[in-house]
Write a protein that binds this ligand. Structure first.
Ligand SMILES: Cc1cc2nc3c(=O)[nH]c(=O)nc-3n(C[C@H](O)[C@H](O)[C@H](O)COP(=O)(O)OP(=O)(O)OC[C@H]3O[C@@H](n4cnc5c(N)ncnc54)[C@H](O)[C@@H]3O)c2cc1C
Length: 506
């Protein structure tokens, strides 16, 4: 199975290809769902189960986006802690959020039971641990927030991951699964119920014609009554790009000499935090640990992020070997909660679901429930809490201003900072760089065999200059997180057009 980067995740290595997609059909359907990750597949199945004929359209293959690069912890607490949600949105909203998390756990368990899905699901306790006094102050606030929303949480003596901690708290009844084994069956059930699944089909624009939505795709037009952007961030140009900041996070699956693989989920309290779980694949146990998050396109050498993660893990675990390493993308919402519902500035029946932080297994499923309820009944219990048009608390406004400043810096300063080269021979093999060459600014990657892959360096979304990502061998835009492969093809929205490939013109 393909993913949006060069490195292979532990999940995708096991599931090679889905291979059941229908192709070359452009029918009229009631609902078009764009993007086959957890949000799109779950939403498509929920709609089809309600008898609403739907088509799921995916630019690449199932699990190509972050759902294929996730670590698939299933939590009842989130990156934005409940105490913060209480402060910014009020206690009732925080309780509704906690209720949403519980509801998602039931939905996932119900799907697993109903469809007999063998996806290595297991219920596990989660542990949050502070490693110094300042982290402990936040942990104290988290405990209080959990108490207020009624989420069972208590102090324990030991950290099951063996990391020396100031304080450890346990949150029972968290869970984990193999994300692609789960999604593959949901997709199969969607198709069994008469849903259509189109792979290798990118939606490039959406217009309103009378009461209809017309989606222009690379395989022709599709007409529908509703359209759901389940693309992790909606493509094209819209306000969601100013309310969400794209980040990359780094993951390793390692073998341990100790043979100690606790059946638990773990999180420290650094900013960004490290996250831990274990998984058994084909009789082999792995510790899966992640962290070292940074803004997309904002670091010079992404391989350093893996080195930092490895050396941090080496301080706490006796690593025998690294079996997998990969990175993936997520979106930080300005005010801490996802945006799920009508996409502002678009026709009435166009919806988006974005801003999940590192909690998209839960929020993706909750988005599917919210949007499928709005489409089928006209409303959802969660529509106000997650409304993309909501008025933001002050904290959110500050984040929006900071992000806008960062985008402007990248639009202007990055273009001036490009170094000149007189010959492509100045680049080393397996090196990528944005360079001034014979008067043009180009994104050039010279591969391991010495072949240059030359692209125009302006992102096709809003023309910021892309940056080289050595670890995933991609060109990443620091403004809104669009990513492209070495041939210029789109890896991540919001871009819908590829980078101009200059090599092909030579
Ligand atoms: C390293 C990492 C670890 C994480 N771990 C966890 C975790 O433990 N627990 C948790 O709850 N969350 C976790 N998350 C977050 C979670 O994985 C994501 O939020 C979630 O997978 C997003 O799912 P999605 O379906 O919305 O998007 P995606 O899975 O990204 O799917 C979007 C799909 O849309 C397609 N697409 C894009 N544009 C178009 C277009 N124009 N036309 C057609 N198709 C298009 C893409 O090809 C892609 O397949 C993690 C995130 C990262 C980065």
């Amino acid at each position: 199975m393909e993913r949006d980067g060069q490195l292979e995740s532990i999940w995708q290595s096991e599931i090679k290809h889905y291979g059941q997609a229908q192709t070359d059909v452009t029918p009229n359907k009631e609902v078009v769902i764009v993007g086959a990750g957890i949000t799109g597949i779950t939403c498509a199945l929920m709609l089809q189960k309600k008898g609403i004929n739907s088509i799921l359209v995916e630019a690449n293959n199932m699990g190509f986006g972050t759902s294929g690069g996730t670590t698939a912890h299933l939590n009842t607490f989130f990156d934005t802690p409940y105490f913060q949600v209480i402060k910014d949105f009020g206690l009732e909203s925080a309780k509704l959020l906690a209720n949403g998390a519980m509801e998602v756990h039931d939905i996932i368990k119900d799907n697993i039971n109903t469809y007999q899905i063998y996806c290595d699901y297991s219920t596990r306790p989660g542990y949050l641990f502070s490693l110094d006094e300042s982290q402990d102050e936040e942990l104290e606030q988290i405990l209080e927030g959990h108490r207020q929303v009624g989420l069972d949480t208590f102090e324990v003596d030991n950290n099951p991951f063996g990391i020396p901690s100031v304080r450890v708290v346990e949150i029972p009844n968290q869970a984990q699964f193999h994300p692609l084994k789960y999604l593959r069956i949901l997709l199969k059930e969607f198709i069994n119920l008469g849903g259509l699944f189109l792979e290798d089909c990118r939606v490039t624009s959406v217009d309103k014609e009378g009461d209809d939505i017309v989606a222009t795709t690379t395989k022709g037009n599709i007409i529908s009554k509703h359209l759901v952007y389940a693309t992790h961030i909606p493509p094209g140009r819209n306000i969601m790009h100013f309310r969400n900041a794209p980040y990359r996070s780094y993951v390793m699956a390692v073998k341990l000499r100790s043979g100690n693989y606790p059946e638990a989920l773990g999180y420290d309290m650094f900013e960004p935090y490290h996250y831990y779980r274990t998984h058994n694949i084909d009789g082999e146990d792995y510790l899966i640990a992640g962290g070292e998050d940074h803004k997309t396109g904002d670091v010079d050498n992404t391989t350093d992020s893996f080195e930092r993660l490895e050396s941090y893990l080496g301080m706490h675990f006796d690593i025998e070997s690294i079996a997998y390493r990969w990175s993936s993308q997520f979106y930080e919402p300005a005010d801490g909660l996802p945006y799920i519902g009508h996409l502002p500035g678009s026709p009435d029946n166009v919806y988006c679901a974005t801003g999940y932080s590192g909690n998209g297994m839960i929020f993706g499923t909750l988005a599917a429930k919210t949007i499928s309820d709005i489409i089928s009944t006209g409303s959802s219990d969660y529509q106000d809490l997650f409304s993309p048009s909501r008025v933001k608390p002050m904290a959110g406004l500050n984040n929006i201003i900071t992000e806008a400043g960062s985008v402007i810096k990248h639009m202007v300063v990055d273009k001036l900072a490009v170094s000149k080269i007189v010959s492509l021979a100045e680049l080393k093999n397996d090196q990528g760089k944005v360079v001034k060459y014979e008067g043009d600014t180009l994104a050039v990657y010279k591969d391991a065999g010495g072949v240059s892959h030359i692209l125009q360096s302006d992102c096709t979304h809003l023309y910021c200059t892309v940056n080289w990502n050595q670890a995933e061998k991609s060109w990443d835009c620091p403004c809104h997180g669009s990513r492209f492969d070495i041939n210029g093809d789109v890896l991540n929205a919001p871009a819908v057009k590829k980078l101009k490939n200059i090599s092909e013109l030579l």
